[in-house]
Write a protein that binds this ligand. Sequence first.
Ligand code: NAI
Ligand code: MG
Length: 357
Amino acid sequence: MSKKIVLLPGDGIGPEIVAEAVKVLEVVDKKHKLGLKFEEELIGGSAIDVHGVPLASSTLEKCQAADAVLMGSVGGPKWDTLDSSIRPEKGLLKIRYEMGLFGNLRPAILYPQLADASSLKPELVAGLDILIVRELTGGIYFGEPRGIRLLDNGERQGYNTYVYAEHEIERIGRMAFEMAMKRNKKVCSVDKANVLEATVLWREVVQSLSREYPEVELSHMYVDNAAMQLVRQPKQFDVIVTGNMFGDILSDTAAMLTGSIGMLPSASLNKDKRGLYEPVHGSAPDIAGQGIANPLATILSAAMMLRYSLDQGEAADAIEAAVGKVLDDGYRSADIFSEGCTKVSTKEMGDAVVAAI
Ligand code: NAI
Ligand code: MG
C-alpha cells in the first residue's frame, strides 16, 4: 500500500534541505519497501508569490488527505513588510490549527560527536536525550479575548487569555505518558500552578491521568524552576510535558544544549497520528541559496515521520544510525564544523547520509 507524503519545501533554505531529506527517504523507501509517494506543494512566501496567500486551501486539503507532511521552513525579508494577516508564518499557524496538530514533539539529543558545540560543560550534557512534549494549538497563543484596547483613562492595554479545557490537557498529557512508556517512564509536567488558575487545572488533570500509567513516575515543576533546572542539570529530565507558551520557551532552551539548531527535528501530531514534520530552525535567509545549510535537522525530521506517522521504526532507526555514522566519519556542515573535520555542503551531507544507509 502506498503512503502519500506532501512536501512543503517553503522559503529560504527550505527547498535545499527538503531535497536532501527526499533523497534519503528515497533510499530507505527502496530498502524497506515503504511505498512512499511524494507530492510537492507551496507554503509561506513562495505560496504568497503564486497564490496570494501563504497556504492555499487546495494545499491544505492535500495535506489533510496525506499520511504525513514534511516541511522545510517559511519566511524571509522579501515578505517582512506584508500585512500580518498574509505573512508567511500565518501559513504555518493555519496548517497546525486546521490539521489539529496539538502535540509538538521536540527531542533534544546531544550527539557525542558534537559535544564541543554545546553551551554547557561536557559532563552536564554527555548522553543528553530528552523529549519536550509541547501543547501546540491552545493556551495563551490561541485564547480569546485578545488584543489591545482603550481604557477609560485613555491609556491602551494589551491583553491575552490563558485557557485550557480539560480535554486539551488530557490529550497532550496522554501523548506524553505514551511517549514515556516507550522511553524511561518518567514525565515532568511543567506549569505555574502557584500563580495561574489555568495551570492548577492542568496539574490536576495530568495528576489524575497518571493513574492510568502507574509505571510512569510523574513529577510537577513550576516553569521558572524548570528553566533553571534545564541549564543546571538537564539530564534529570526524560519527558517534559507543558503548555504552548512554556513549551515554546523551554524547547528552545533545551535545543541549545545540543549545540546547533541545524541538528534539531520536530514532529507535530494530531489525534490520528497524522503529522507535520519540520526542522526546528527557520528559513535562514542569511545563508539561503549558498548550498551550505545543514540538512540533518530535516533528515532527522523525516526519520520521525517514518516512526510516528508511518509506523516504520526500523527505517527511522536506519536514518538516525546513518546520521550518527556520517558524524563519526567527520563530515560537518559549516554550522557544526570544527578543526580536523571534513567540511561539506548541503548536498554532500545528504549524499553522505545516503551512502551510509
Ligand atoms: P533561523 O532559524 O532561520 O536562523 C537563525 C540562525 O541559524 C541563522 O544564522 C541561520 O543561518 C542559522 N541556521 C538556521 N538553520 C540552519 C541550518 N539548517 N544550517 C545552518 N545554519 C542554520 O531564524 P531567524 O533568522 O530568526 O528567522 C529567519 C526567517 O525564518 C524568519 O522569516 C522567521 O520568521 C522564519 N522562521 C520560520 C520558522 C519555521 O518555518 N518553522 C521557524 C523560525 C523562524
Ligand atoms: Mg519558538
